[in-house]
Design a protein around this ligand. Structure first.
Ligand SMILES: Nc1ncnc2c1ncn2[C@@H]1O[C@H](COP(=O)(O)OP(=O)(O)OP(=O)(O)O)[C@@H](O)[C@H]1O
Ligand SMILES: [Mg+2]
Length: 362
């Protein structure tokens, strides 16, 4: 049995020392700690951009290393940057002359991760051929480098990240079902900042500490200014679309503009406008992309253009709302003033059901 103190330290390490208060997030990290310490199976981290997947993957590795469960390196690959022959060769290596331009042998990233951990970020972007090779490498710890007639061995632990719903990718034929079932034994869904309102305050403190460390200047909030920022930060107006990246950006800007090292209410108000406009821009840009993300391209192709526009907007509101009731209120704001008792959530649920979409899909 491990000492309680040890477990506590591990958990704190995984949380970058931030004293988070959100119950479900804390439970999630406790589970991740147990898995990190007890398991060598693949781990899949899902969640929106900036939710902290890459950061957590590296910390899981460091934890295992401190516990002497791993000796090798942490090898990080963003699968979205790998295409075609280059992808195969980067991952699995090649022999000299395997293809035009292969002027020497190349070891490949899987081999480099031997005894360590391979972090495949955005694994949903990996090509189908690479997926097959990867599956074999995970199951048998062996694979064939390009142009080689001898298999290479590598024993690595695998951690994957994605902000796609891989089940949808399986349905649309973009992701291998067998690979998914191999990597999703432990799937942890990282919540966005919007779903962790209790944690904005401790994270704000953390960001100010980080700023002080980096810039050598300790910046503080005026009391009223801090209250204003936190009230906005947990309101339904605050989308935190890029999660920690947005919070980090906001703090950096406010700290830089703070007159005499104090963040004033004027600085906060200005930042709120900036955040709102950046979220607005992001929302209109990705309006149509959300359709294929939630439904898969195949199903979208079967919709009339007439339906697409409305559905895309409804889904965008759903994605940026905390609860279905909240989304319902925003979507039916006008018509509900004309009724004595309206159930917006129910109306929305029925609309989504027509398209076989459920609240959990967001
Ligand atoms: N738990 C955390 N608390 C505070 N800040 C964090 C935390 N995790 C990550 N960050 C910061 O947030 C930023 C984004 O984190 P990270 O790159 O891990 O997100 P991600 O989920 O991998 O995003 P993407 O899907 O875009 O790759 C980084 O600057 C990181 O330092
Ligand atoms: Mg990442």
């Amino acid at each position: 049995m491990r000492f309680r103190q040890e477990t506590h330290d591990d958990i704190s390490f995984l949380k970058s020392g931030i004293e988070t208060r959100n119950l479900s997030f804390n439970q999630l990290i406790e589970q991740i700690e147990r898995v990190a310490v007890n398991s060598v199976e693949p781990v899949l981290l899902t969640g929106p951009t900036g939710a902290g997947k890459s950061n957590l993957a590296r910390r899981i590795y460091e934890l295992k290393r401190t516990r002497r469960q791993l000796k090798g390196e942490f090898v990080e690959v963003n699968c979205a940057t790998l295409h075609g022959t280059a992808a195969m060769s980067a991952l699995f290596g090649h022999k000299k002359g395997a293809f035009t331009g292969a002027i020497g042998d190349r070891q490949g990233l899987l081999r480099r991760a031997d005894g360590g951990m391979l972090f495949l970020d955005e694994i949903g972007e990996l090509g189908i051929d690479e997926q097959s090779m990867l599956l074999r490498a995970v199951e048998e710890k062996r694979f064939l480098p390009m142009g080689s007639d001898k298999e290479t061995q590598s024993n690595f632990q695998l951690i994957c990240g994605t902000n796609r719903d891989l089940m949808v990718s399986v349905k649309s034929g973009r992701f291998r079902e067998d690979l998914l079932s191999r990597i999703n034994l432990w799937t942890f869904a990282m919540p966005g900042l919007m779903h962790r309102p209790e944690d904005i305050e401790p994270n704000l403190k953390y960001e100010l500490d980080r700023y002080a460390e980096k810039c050598g200047a300790r910046i503080t909030f005026n009391k009223e200014a801090q209250r204003r920022f936190l009230t906005f930060a947990i309101s339904s107006e605050a989308l935190w679309a890029a999660n920690f990246r947005d919070l980090n950006g906001a703090v950096t800007r406010m700290a830089t503009l703070a007159p005499g090292g104090r963040i004033t209410i004027a600085v906060v108000e200005e930042e709120i406008l900036r955040l709102k406009s950046s979220w607005h821009a992001a929302r209109t840009g990705s309006n149509m992309a959300i359709l294929s993300e939630i439904m898969g391209e195949e199903r979208v192709a079967k919709l009339d253009r007439f339906e697409r526009a409305q559905l895309a907007d409804v889904l965008t509101v759903c994605r940026t709302s905390k609860t279905i009731s909240d989304a319902g209120r925003r979507l039916f704001a006008v018509s509900r003033t004309q009724k004595t008792k309206a159930n917006d959530a129910d109306r929305l649920r029925k609309y989504l059901k027509k398209y076989d979409i459920h609240w959990n899909d967001f």
